[in-house]
Ligand binder design. Structure first.
Ligand code: IPE
Ligand code: IPE
Ligand code: MG
Length: 249
C-alpha cells in the first residue's frame, strides 16, 4: 500500500471517489481585489493567497487527488509595478524555504514549470533545491507555474524540435503530438482534468494552452484568498456532473 492510500480521508457528501479528477489546475486570481476590499495594499492579498494554496494542496492530498498545478506568475505579470513584482519574487523564495521541510514530511513532490532562468538567482536556487529534495516523493505531484506562459512554452518547444531537425536527428514527419509534448515544460505530467479560475474572470490568461485542449473549466466568483475547502468541494461536485466526450458522442 502506498503512503497515500493509507492516509486518505473520507470524501465530503456528494463526491464519488471514482469520478475525482486526477489532476486539478488553478488560476489563483483576485488577490489584489481581495486586499482592496479590506482596505489593504495588494501585496497583502498575495500573502493571504499563499495560505489558500497551502490549504488546497493539503485538501487535494487528503482527498486523493494525484496532481495539483498552480499558476503563480505569468510571463505577462512582469508588467506590474516593480514593487509588486519584487514582493512576489521574495514571497515565493521565503515560502519555498519555509515550507520545504513540511513538503518533504508530507511526501509532496514539487516541480516548477516556466522560463525559470529569468527568475532571480536566489529564487532559482531555492527552486532547484526543493525539486531535488522532493523528486522521489509520491503522495501528490505539486507543480507551480512561475514565469510561465503557454505561448512561450510552445515556442521554446518548437525551437528545440527545429534544432533537432536542423542537426538531422529528426525528420519533420516524425513530429507528432507525443513528441511535441515531450518538449513542453509539463512533459511527463498528465493534462489537467479540471481547471479552476477564481474571481470570475472567464479567460485562460496564457495558462496551459496546449494542455487544456480537453480540460473542464470551472469559474467561481470567490477571490483566491477566500477559496477554501467548501469552494473546492463545490467545484468538484460541478466537475462530477460534467460529461466528458473528447469529441466522441
Ligand atoms: C493573482 O491575483 C495573483 C497573481 C497574478 C500573482 P491578482 O494580483 O491578479 O489579483 P487581481 O486580479 O488584481 O484582483
Ligand atoms: C493570471 O492572472 C496569472 C496568475 C494568476 C498568476 P492575471 O491577473 O495576471 O490575469 P489577467 O491579466 O486578468 O488576464
Ligand atoms: Mg488578476
Amino acid at each position: 500500500m502506498t503512503a497515500q492510500q493509507t492516509e486518505l480521508q473520507d470524501l465530503p457528501p456528494g463526491l464519488k471517489r471514482e469520478l475525482l479528477p486526477k489532476h486539478v489546475a488553478v488560476i489563483m486570481d483576485g488577490n489584489g481585489r481581495w486586499a482592496k476590499r479590506q482596505g489593504k495594499p495588494r501585496i497583502m492579498g498575495h500573502k493571504a493567497g499563499v495560505d489558500a494554496l497551502k490549504d488546497l494542496l493539503r485538501c487535494c492530498k487528503d482527498w486523493g487527488i494525484q496532481a495539483l498545478t498552480a499558476y503563480a506568475f505569468s510571463t505577462e505579470n512582469w508588467k506590474r509595478p516593480q514593487e509588486e513584482v519584487d514582493f512576489l519574487m521574495t514571497l515565493f523564495q521565503r515560502v519555498l524555504r519555509q515550507e520545504l521541510r513540511e513538503m518533504v514530511k508530507e511526501n509532496v513532490q514539487i516541480r516548477f514549470v516556466g522560463n525559470l532562468q529569468a527568475l532571480p538567482p536566489v529564487l532559482q536556487a531555492e527552486i532547484s533545491r526543493s525539486m531535488a529534495e522532493t523528486q522521489d516523493n509520491r503522495s501528490i505531484r505539486f507543480t507551480v507555474a512561475t514565469n510561465y506562459g503557454g505561448r512561450q512554452e510552445i515556442i521554446q518547444a518548437c525551437r528545440a524540435i527545429a534544432d533537432q531537425v536542423k542537426q538531422g536527428l529528426l525528420q519533420p514527419n516524425e513530429i507528432d503530438e507525443e513528441l511535441f509534448e515531450r518538449h513542453l515544460y509539463t512533459a511527463g505530467i498528465s493534462d489537467p482534468d479540471l481547471l479552476i479560475r477564481t474571481s470570475g474572470e472567464m479567460r485562460l490568461s496564457n495558462f496551459l494552452l496546449w494542455q487544456m485542449a480537453y480540460g473542464e473549466i470551472y469559474i467561481t466568483d470567490a477571490l483566491w484568498p477566500d477559496f477554501d475547502r467548501t469552494e473546492f468541494h463545490r467545484a468538484l461536485c460541478a466537475y462530477q456532473q460534467r460529461e466528458r466526450r473528447f469529441g466522441s458522442v
